[in-house]
Design a protein around this ligand. Structure first.
Ligand code: KJ5
Ligand code: ZN
Length: 262
């Protein structure tokens, strides 16, 4: 079965995805606008741990929507654990949502502000599910670590990726990309916000535990300029190690206030 077409244009963009992907109208859709003042501190949330030591990167490919670096996920060499997660989740791939010249390409926003780009490190629950595909449609199947990219100094490690982009300029092109450790893309602080959400592009499965790092990484203007892909949603979130705020009731999807969830 060939996948249904979707894009970011007027005729195939986020506002009509619900026609082919009705879950777009669901109640845990991503991305969201993160309102730090409304994030409540959850003392049970510990730090996240990233065991990416044995580089398991395989290749870099252009799937027509983003540039994806894929990993060998046949064992637990590269995993994320801790934080809101009940067990380790295996690193499957990472990809970017880029901005064009001056366009802000991040999917999540913070108090309505978007960043130049957003990096998503995608992990799946191999303890409970037998394949990525099965996990991708299960409510606790995926954990995606989101990292904001803001323009500033040149990012010394991002070059290896942007240089490889020229090899995968056209859709469906793939090239070797071995020995890359995504730990070099992390900011100094792993403080995060977390909430239960979804894939941000079709099929929009509500299967993602989102872990969004508060601290962005800096990349140069040139490194951050790719075609624009933006889509917005809204939802409530929790934060880690933030002071407890009583905060207003949670924003519902329609933006109308719903009674606070106790
Ligand atoms: C099933 C393929 C897929 C997506 F379509 C997707 F949108 C994302 S995202 N932007 O939420 O991180 C994934 F992680 C992912 F694995
Ligand atoms: Zn993504």
């Amino acid at each position: 079965m060939t996948g249904k077409h979707w894009g970011y244009g007027k005729d195939d963009g986020p506002s009509i995805w619900h026609q082919n992907f009705p879950v777009a109208e669901g109640d845990r859709q991503s991305p969201i606008d993160i309102m730090p003042q409304q994030a409540s501190h959850d003392p049970n949330l510990g730090p996240i741990v990233l065991n990416y030591d044995h580089c398991t990167s395989l290749n870099i490919c252009n799937n027509g929507h983003s540039v994806v670096v894929e990993f060998d996920d046949t064992d637990d060499r590269s995993v994320i654990l801790g934080g809101p997660l009940d067990n380790p989740y295996r690193l499957k791939q990472f990809h970017f949502h880029w901005g064009g010249k001056g366009c802000h390409g991040s999917e999540h926003t913070v108090e309505g502000n978007s960043y130049a780009s957003e990096l998503h490190l995608v992990h799946w629950n191999a303890v409970k599910y037998r394949s990525f595909g099965e996990a991708a449609s299960a409510p606790d199947g995926l954990a995606v670590l989101g990292i904001f990219l803001e323009t500033g100094d040149d990012h010394r490690w991002l070059h290896t990726i942007t240089d490889a982009l020229y090899m995968v300029k056209y859709k469906a092109s793939v090239t070797d990309f071995k020995g890359f450790n995504p730990k070099c893309l992390l900011p100094s602080s792993l403080h995060y916000w977390t909430y239960l959400g979804s894939l941000t592009t079709p099929p929009l499965h509500e299967s993602v535990t989102w872990i969004v790092l508060k601290e962005p990484i800096a990349v140069s203007e040139r490194q951050a300029s790719f075609e624009c892909s933006c889509s917005l949603g809204r939802k409530r979130i929790r934060g880690y190690a933030w002071k407890i705020t009583s905060g207003p009731p949670s924003l519902s999807k329609a933006g109308k206030y719903a009674p606070p969830i106790n």
